[in-house]
Ligand binder design. Structure first.
Ligand code: ZN
Length: 177
């Protein structure tokens, strides 16, 4: 499965590229805004799309860690680097201004769903603290919903769930990167 972005509203539209051949022109109608647009399935375009879907997971090895986002329905995977301070995680919307936008078709992810705060603890090690947005559908760690004021320390490999999407923390010193 691949997806194209609506040029008008940025909505993602999934499609099965294996049904088409290179060079074929595809017409899409955006289910969100109704915009019709076409793409030509080209070799270089396909290669770019694949690159987008499989970002280099080692790219952020020496940074402040990253989150691996797995959209369960379509099995898309995105790796989003984290920064020191608050990392606001939510659904990508043009102009929303959050620093960890997820490109997703999952409607149960809020635009401001949850936050990972990255800081140094007193041993100069990076510390990751997760809190809910607050969001409508909640943020779950180990199938347990975070309380409104809860601050949960998470570690490398911690899996949490927002909407129908799973997110895994990769800390900066992660062996798996
Ligand atoms: Zn649209």
């Amino acid at each position: 499965m691949k997806r194209v972005r609506c040029p008008k509203c940025d909505h993602y539209i999934p499609f099965d590229e294996t049904k088409y051949t290179t060079g074929q022109k595809l017409i899409f109608q955006c289910p969100d805004c109704g915009k019709e647009f076409g793409i030509r399935l080209g070799v270089s375009k396909l290669r770019n799309a694949q690159k987008d879907e499989n970002p280099d997971e080692n790219a952020n090895e020496k940074g402040f860690g990253s989150i691996v986002v797995i959209e369960n329905v379509f099995h898309y995977k995105q790796v989003i680097p984290l920064q020191l301070g608050d990392n606001v995680i939510g659904r990508y919307m043009k102009g929303s201004g959050i620093n960890c936008p997820i490109e997703t078709v999952d409607p149960s992810i809020d635009m401001n769903h949850c936050v990972i705060n990255v800081s140094y603890d007193k041993n100069k090690k990076l510390k990751y603290v997760l809190r809910d947005g607050p969001s409508y559908t909640g943020t779950f760690v180990d199938n347990e919903i975070l309380g409104d004021r809860e601050r949960r320390v998470i570690e490398d490999g911690t899996l949490f769930t927002i909407g129908a999407t799973s997110v895994i923390l990769r800390s900066a010193d992660s062996k798996e990167a």
